[in-house]
Design a protein around this ligand. Structure first.
Ligand SMILES: [Zn+2]
Ligand SMILES: [Zn+2]
Length: 395
């Protein structure tokens, strides 16, 4: 068994490489499913390791397989590689060189830690019984890159683990919970079709604007009256648009928004309610409405057994005080959920709060910065969880 102090020391020895890779990816952020420059950097980092590397063709996904000296179970470790379409507003020496793109969600760090863990585990190959699949994934930010990679095909695995950095926790700590960790995220667009005309003569028209307002109100009533308080959803109408001027009733009114839920049951119920209310309220006023409901990422659900195993490994590495239990799920979403729908596993948040910073800029802020010292713990955590899982400690 790997001594946690030994692996942490090894991860620290590897820090210059991990930090350098992270900074190079940070300086050249790429968006979506095609990340050729990032993929190249990952392949360079894995060069010379005893891995079987395959390149996906439907995306820039990279799969690297490490086979231990003896047969055993397979753990998948995932790191996402894509950036966000937003300008960077930091004065870091390695800040984004690409206009309108920034690694504001820390995926640069996820990729670098995973490459570091591949190196740590490859060095210990002789002691491993089983297989580790390293999944370098593009397109997490809205492109369902995990789904795309699963559809193209991944080697069989028995369980999966991923880390996501957070500047809200200090370096050397993690945060997680058993059960739902992150919400599902769906998106909708609705159009109320009326009949336009002169604003002074609404009786000769069908005004879609008050109907759209009624739909917004009814959706909020629906959430509080029909969705159980113990299994909540968030239903936000984040955009409403209609009309052009003061004396014209428009032909149509548009609504758009997002639905977040923590269970498939509430999610389905909210889908049904959205259809019923949008359609029913328009019809009650003699109009029609279309609803375009796009299902996004499912709930990210940590398996109780795997979460408790991985938490135990983390407390061995970080101490009891380094392990935080989130009292509630986070309402954001993650496409690692698609992986966890295939096999049990868990995702942990890894603290990277810059020292001395009281109110750190969170993920998706254009001022987001992370404490690179925290990455050594992530590299070590990936490697230790894999080694212990392969040793059969997850039960
Ligand atoms: Zn993000
Ligand atoms: Zn992210």
């Amino acid at each position: 068994m790997i001594d946690p102090n030994e692996i942490l020391a090894d991860a620290r020895a590897l820090q210059p490489d991990v930090v350098e890779l992270r900074r190079r990816i940070h300086a050249e952020p790429e968006l979506g499913l095609e990340l050729p420059a990032t993929r190249e950097k990952v392949l360079t980092a894995l060069e010379g390791l005893p891995l079987e590397v395959s390149l996906h063709t439907r995306s820039s996904g990279v799969v690297a397989v490490l086979d231990g000296a003896r047969p055993g179970p397979t753990l998948l470790l995932r790191g996402d590689m894509d950036a966000l379409p937003m300008p960077e507003d930091t004065d870091l020496p390695f800040r984004s060189k690409r206009d309108g793109a920034m690694h504001a969600c820390g995926h640069d760090a996820h990729t670098a830690m995973l490459a570091g863990a591949a190196r740590l585990l490859a060095d210990r190959r002789a002691e491993l019984s089983g297989r580790v699949v390293f999944m370098f994934q593009p397109g997490e930010e809205g492109f369902a890159g995990a789904r795309v990679m699963l559809d193209e095909g991944l080697p069989a695995f028995d369980a999966a683990f991923a880390l996501h950095i957070t500047p809200l926790l200090p370096s050397g700590s993690i945060g997680t919970r058993s059960g739902p960790l992150l919400a599902s995220a769906d998106f909708f667009d609705a159009t109320v079709h009326g009949r336009g005309g002169h604003a002074s003569m609404p009786h000769d028209c069908q005004d879609p604007i008050p109907v759209a307002c009624e739909i917004v109100q009814a959706l909020q009533t629906f959430v509080t009256r029909e969705i159980p308080a113990t299994d909540p959803v968030v239903l936000t109408v984040s955009r409403i648009a209609a009309g052009t001027t003061t004396n014209v009733i428009p032909e149509s009114a548009h609504l758009a928004g997002t639905l977040r839920s923590l269970s498939e049951r509430s999610r389905e119920k909210a889908h049904e309610g959205l259809h019923r209310l949008v359609d029913g309220i328009a019809r009650a006023h003699g109009m029609t409405a279309d609803l375009d409901l796009q299902t996004g990422y499912p709930v990210t659900e940590n398996d109780a057994g795997f979460e408790s195993f991985a938490r135990g490994v983390a407390s061995g590495l970080l101490g009891e005080r380094g392990v935080h239990t989130f009292p509630a799920p986070v309402m954001g979403a993650e496409d690692f959920s698609f992986v966890l729908h295939q096999k049990p596993g868990a995702m942990f948040f890894l603290g990277v709060r810059p020292p001395g910073v009281e109110r750190p800029a969170p993920c998706h802020s254009n001022r987001m910065m992370l404490d690179e010292e925290g990455l050594a713990y992530g590299t070590a955590l990936h490697a230790t969880i894999a080694e212990r899982y392969l040793a059969g400690e997850a039960g």
